[in-house]
Design a protein around this ligand. Structure first.
Ligand SMILES: Nc1ncnc2c1ncn2[C@@H]1O[C@H](COP(=O)(O)OP(=O)(O)O)[C@@H](O)[C@H]1O
Ligand SMILES: [Mg+2]
Length: 381
């Protein structure tokens, strides 16, 4: 009996000792793994710091933080890609401000240009084959255009993210475009979907950590310059979201022309000027040396006396900002920065956009976008 008790006690002590040793071993292994992860993070941080140069001083004395991460110099092997040789005219519609009708303008201009043959007949502009690229993960322009034409993506790869995936050949990606038959037979689309924002963030971080093996900023440019794409399109139009993401930076890099829609409120015109400064920094860094500002388009303008005065003051402010700042002057050749045409605030346009595309819905909407389109076309040619 005494022996059994002693045996049990010994077994208990040995068991506890063994248990604590196992626990110690586990904790030590976990600590080692954590230390290893800490070392990996420190190394990644060191590589990011090494690759992100100090930003150039901006005219307002503030470093443009949202731009800094994108300023890494282009590799010498890639530098000829940014030239104008072999580029399809590419119009990016952008502004870091949301709600200024970028998407409305992109959707209706793509209809204007792709139906150009039916408007004022100009031999070299007949039958424009237009590619619309939706780089806003919310997919608003895709929704508007697909509702208007009844088109649906025929394959899961019929998405804008395919354009950014180097695993696909140019010919394959071209086949994954959505062809919009019906009312807009000359228009093709790469629609955006939720999840594109995750891809943008992932690719940005992989690129900063030197893990992509290529320059993510140039992926779209490489696609559009490829013989496959060049042979299919006469004009590319790109709608962007209101942030400097992988998609919008790639769009500014791939574009030959930039249109900045802005509402006439003081806050929005200031935002447009701030955005122009950002673009100017990107341009002067060598990322998009040939990008031209087509102009600033005033949107959501009101016909009332105070609305007209506000629009007039916005024009003056933007014009003066560009005239007085040599850094902004590099963006544009035209003496008038702000387009004469404008997009008025209009309830019918909003209602028509609910059902599809204002450009296809009514003569009055078509007249508005014809005017905007004609002025852009003239400035681009
Ligand atoms: N001409 C217009 N008149 C009135 N509302 C408009 C007009 N154009 C666009 N809108 C509305 O303004 C909001 C922002 O337009 P949107 O094109 O989505 O802007 P962004 O792409 O810059 O965020 C939307 O609700 C849209 O319906
Ligand atoms: Mg939008």
């Amino acid at each position: 009996m005494g022996l059994t008790a002693a045996g049990l006690a010994t077994a208990f002590v040995v068991g506890r000792w063994w248990g604590s040793q196992t626990l110690k071993k586990l904790v030590s292994e976990k600590n080692q793994a954590l230390a290893e992860k800490d070392r990996e993070i420190a190394e990644l941080n060191r590589r990011v710091r090494e690759r992100v140069p100090d930003p150039p001083a901006s005219p307002d004395g503030l470093p443009p933080e949202s731009v800094q991460v994108w300023l890494k110099p282009i590799a010498p092997a890639d530098s000829e890609l940014t030239g104008l040789q072999g580029r399809v005219p590419t119009l990016v519609i952008a502004n870091l401000k949301g709600g200024v009708a970028k998407t409305m303008v992109a959707a209706n201009l793509s209809a204007y240009f792709s139906k150009r043959a039916n408007y004022r007949r100009t031999a070299h502009l007949l039958n424009k084959r237009v590619l619309l690229i939706d780089l806003d993960y919310q997919g608003s322009v895709s929704g508007m255009i697909m509702t208007a034409t009844g088109a649906v993506p025929e394959h899961p790869n019929c998405q804008v993210k395919t354009l950014f995936d180097p695993a696909f050949s140019d010919d394959d990606v071209l086949n994954y475009r959505v062809r919009l038959a019906g009312a807009l037979p000359a228009l093709s689309l790469y629609p955006a979907t939720y999840g594109f924002d995750d891809l943008e963030t992932r690719e940005q971080f992989r690129w900063l950590a030197g893990q992509t093996g290529d320059d993510v900023r140039l992926r779209l440019l490489k696609r559009l310059r490829s013989p496959a794409f060049r042979s299919q399109f006469d004009l590319v139009i790109i709608d962007t979201g209101p942030r400097l993401t992988t998609g919008s930076v790639a769009a500014l890099t791939a574009a030959t022309h930039l249109l900045i829609p802005t509402s006439a409120s003081r806050r929005d015109t200031e935002a447009a000027e701030r955005f122009m400064r950002r673009v100017s920094v990107l341009k002067r860094s060598g990322l998009c040396p040939n990008l031209k500002l087509v102009g600033v388009l005033t949107t959501l303008t009101k016909g009332s006396a105070s609305g007209v005065a506000l629009a007039e003051s916005a024009r003056g402010s933007i014009q003066a900002a560009v005239a007085n700042d040599p850094d902004l002057g590099v963006l544009i050749e035209a003496p008038a920065v702000v387009l004469h045409a404008e997009l008025p605030q209009s309830l019918p346009i909003v209602n028509e956009a609910e059902q599809g595309l204002p450009y296809l819905a009514s003569t009055s909407s078509r007249t508005i976008f014809n005017k905007i389109g004609a002025e852009i076309e003239q400035r681009m040619s």
